[in-house]
Design a protein around this ligand. Structure first.
Ligand code: M6R
Length: 376
């Protein structure tokens, strides 16, 4: 069943182009009729009317996907969005406001904290108008799960079953769901021109091939780096804007399967404390994609280099300036910054995988972890 791969995690990383294709097919369609929206999530109309804000609850990797989602929902659809750890929200929920959509993100649909946060939210809406009670949405890879039974609206992420404890292809599928949802809302609210919506969808259609190219070019590079970093004790991952959650995700992947201490940080925050950690023994992985915050990330990376950290850049290859400052490169295609998280996460998954494999660890079943956390 591993189809020649040494571990399920590696197989699942390689399945990602196919997962993105499946999501593209399900969420978007080509229509010559201009009055038909190119996005079809099959959600109830009552979910959209008078929508003023969104709260998202999730845990772990799903929480990282939610942070990318927040960026998209705010920047494309202009809807104020907050992301909460489900384990926190269930005991300290935001004040109840009727025009608020609650989204629960959980690949398994069985995470106890996420289900409890949603159940609490569902219950306290009981006395309200029907349309407000309906404003619960689940994003899951298992629509038949407990989550599927609990909420009236579901976006199915179509990643196929994931066996490795470290979420990889289900994360990418959750990102796709958020691109579709944010574009759907942006199109309905006309916060961005129709042409931009189409342009973004066309960009998404290129992603499967770009992931394939990234996988092909990264396998050897990440294996090589894994060899050098197998005994490293601490790693820092830096990103900004839409790639800040990817820095968090890169750090989480490394922690959970290689047991190496890793922190993801918004690059601009380093100078407020964590920079004191840096020296030649602490490598820094910086995600630098041309766009809004590119120069900022490069200058933050330079500050790390000045503290003797070895700098690894997840960055498009063509850019000469970036190539110069980094000690090592994990190149990704030159893609629009807005779409880049679907690509920048791939080398980080491979890096974590190869480091863990090199250390001889049980990649698919890391210690102390379970695939779904069904207890509080
Ligand atoms: O099934 P869920 O998406 O609700 O799971 C949430 C977390 O437990 C999960 O993402 C966990 O952090 C993974 N092991 C990450 O790789």
């Amino acid at each position: 069943e591993k189809q020649g791969f040494k571990h399920f995690m590696l197989k699942e990383i390689y399945e990602q182009p196919g997962v993105v294709r499946a999501n593209l097919e399900a969420y978007f369609h080509n229509s010559t009729d201009a009055s038909v929206s190119p996005i079809n999530l099959g959600l109830s109309e009552s979910l959209y009317a008078d929508l003023e804000q969104i709260h998202i609850v999730a845990c772990g990797t799903s929480w990282h996907a939610a942070l990318v989602g927040k960026h998209l929902l705010e920047q494309l659809a202009e809807i104020p969005t907050q992301v909460h750890y489900a384990s926190e929200y269930r005991y300290a929920p935001s004040p109840l406001t009727p025009n608020t959509l609650i989204i629960g993100v959980t690949q398994s649909g069985e995470t106890a904290d996420t289900l409890a946060a949603l159940a609490m939210e569902k219950e306290r809406r009981q006395g309200q108008e029907a349309k407000y009670q309906a404003r619960l949405l689940g994003i899951t890879n298992r629509p038949e799960s407990s989550l599927g039974h609990m909420v009236p609206n579901i976006i199915s992420t179509l990643a196929g079953i994931e066996i490795g404890v470290a979420a990889t292809k289900t994360f990418i599928a959750q990102l796709m769901a958020f691109y579709a949802l944010a574009l759907d809302l942006a199109a309905r609210r006309q916060t961005i021109p129709k042409e931009t919506v189409e342009q973004i969808i066309n960009g998404l259609r290129q992603i499967p091939q770009e992931i394939e190219e990234t996988l092909a070019s990264q396998e050897r590079l990440t294996e090589h780096l894994a060899h050098e970093f197998a005994d490293t004790q601490d790693f820092i991952f830096l990103g900004r804007g839409i790639n800040f959650p990817i820095a968090l995700e890169g750090a989480l992947k490394l922690k959970e399967i290689s047991y190496i201490h890793a922190e993801g940080y918004p690059a601009g925050e380093m100078k407020h404390g964590p920079i004191a950690l840096l020296d030649a023994k602490v490598p820094v992985v910086a995600i630098a994609v041309p766009g809004n915050v590119y120069e900022k990330v490069i200058s933050n990376a330079q500050e790390a280099k000045a503290r003797d950290s070895r700098l690894i850049g997840v960055t498009p290859v063509k850019d000469g300036e970036a190539a110069e400052i980094f000690n090592d490169l994990l190149p990704v295609s030159s893609v629009d910054e807005l779409l880049s998280p679907i690509l920048t996460v791939v080398p980080l998954q491979l890096l974590a995988y190869h480091i863990a494999a090199r250390r001889g660890l049980d990649v698919d079943q890391p210690r102390n972890l379970a695939k779904s956390v069904t207890v509080e």
